[in-house]
Design a protein around this ligand. Structure first.
Ligand code: ADP
Ligand code: MG
Length: 357
């Protein structure tokens, strides 16, 4: 049995938010929605303002551009060329180098829990090719000798991998795409937008009725239920990204194997968390610059691997400006103080709510 839920996470409630938006503040304000299938996920852009059509079309083109640049399943992408270069220095462009540098920074910051060199390990489990299997331990051990950011050399517009090392930006590319979407919204002066890149959400401005955008956090125990939330985030000019083992997995001999790998073992992370949502404020970004979207995507994956205690410790270190909502396997929802006023809890969810300090 195999399932994919990536596009469902955080999606349901926003649709409600959009359709139940109430009277518009400005009756002349145009709205445009586009759906884009890129980066292995469904993306939805709902953009408001005088230039909404232009922004929506520009965003669509930008998503295809990024997929063609970053996807390792597109043969002619910069990442595929790097992966196929057999260790040779490869021209990938300054933008890809900036994203690789960000990935390297998050890898170091999280003690290696975030690792974009797990491509071959992911493939061994069949997650990239949808050919699921449990790889023999010897195979994983051999593959793990080729992983780690120390196997990646990054220059101004070229990069080189150690022989046998392969890059997969799946845990960071959609977050970077959200950063680029934000840059477009700013460029076209869009007053408000709701962007959902398969669970990577950007809430731009307020809803047309002046209220914050509502973003539901899916109950990981009920991944298929359209209205099962552990909480509802009320967001303005913010990114929210959720990672969880429930988003993509397969079952074999009664065991569930999910797609977030612990780089230390090569196995699906044995996390005491069922989902991690990271929230960060929007910022002004220069062309090609990574920002809060990239941060949220990387940290949602990494803190899932680290588990509750080390995730809280990481947040307490103050290394990065973000808030989070952790859902634990034992049924608690752990929130940082910055979200207390922005998270509507769901009394009937059965979860126990806690705030860390
Ligand atoms: P999704 O892409 O489903 O929204 P994530 O952002 O958590 O979820 O990314 C998971 C993807 O990232 C996996 O499918 C795999 O390609 C890759 N990956 C798995 N484990 C890690 C890890 N520890 N660090 C970085 N990337 C990972
Ligand atoms: Mg991620």
């Amino acid at each position: 049995m195999m399932r994919r839920f990536a596009a469902l996470a955080l999606a349901g409630l926003m649709t409600v938010g959009l359709t139940a938006c109430g009277p518009r503040l400005d009756p002349d304000e145009a709205q445009e929605s586009v759906r884009v299938y890129a980066m292995d996920t469904e993306m939805v852009f709902s953009v408001y303002g005088q230039q909404s059509v232009k922004v929506a079309l520009a965003a669509e083109a930008e998503m295809y551009r990024l997929e063609n640049l970053l996807s390792r399943t597109r043969e002619d992408s910069a990442i595929s060329k790097l992966n196929a270069a057999g260790g040779a220095e490869t021209p990938v462009g300054a933008e890809v180098c900036a994203l690789l540098l960000a990935a390297e920074t998050y890898s170091w910051a999280t003690g290696g829990a975030f690792d974009v060199t797990l491509a071959a390990v992911s493939s061994a489990w069949g997650f990239t090719e949808d050919a699921y299997r449990v790889p023999p331990q010897v195979e994983l051990e051999a593959l793990l000798t080729r992983t780690g950011m120390d196997k990646v050399q990054i220059a101004a517009d070229t990069a080189a991998l150690a022989e046998g090392t392969q890059i997969d930006l799946g845990a960071i590319a959609k977050g970077y795409a959200a950063d680029r979407a934000a840059a477009l919204l700013r460029e076209y002066d869009a007053p408000r937008a709701m962007v959902n890149l398969g669970g990577n959400v950007l809430a731009w401005g307020n809803r047309p009725d002046g209220e914050a955008w509502r973003v539901g956090i899916q109950d990981p125990a009920q991944p298929m239920a359209a209205d099962a939330y552990v909480g509802i985030l009320n967001l303005t000019d913010a990114y929210a990204v959720t990672s969880g083992g429930y988003q993509r997995y397969f079952e074999e001999a009664g065991t569930t194997y999910h797609h977030i790998i612990d780089p230390a073992t090569g196995h699906p992370a044995a996390s005491d968390l069922t989902s991690v949502t990271i929230v960060a404020a929007a910022e002004t970004l220069a062309a090609g610059e990574t920002g809060p979207g990239t941060l949220c995507d990387a940290l949602s994956t990494a803190l899932f691997v680290l588990g509750e205690d080390r995730a809280v410790e990481f947040w307490r270190s103050g290394a990065y400006p973000f808030d989070m909502v952790l859902v634990t396997a034992e049924g608690r929802v752990v929130t940082t103080p910055g979200l207390v006023d922005r998270l509507t809890t769901v009394a009937e969810s059965g979860y126990v709510y806690e705030t860390v300090s």
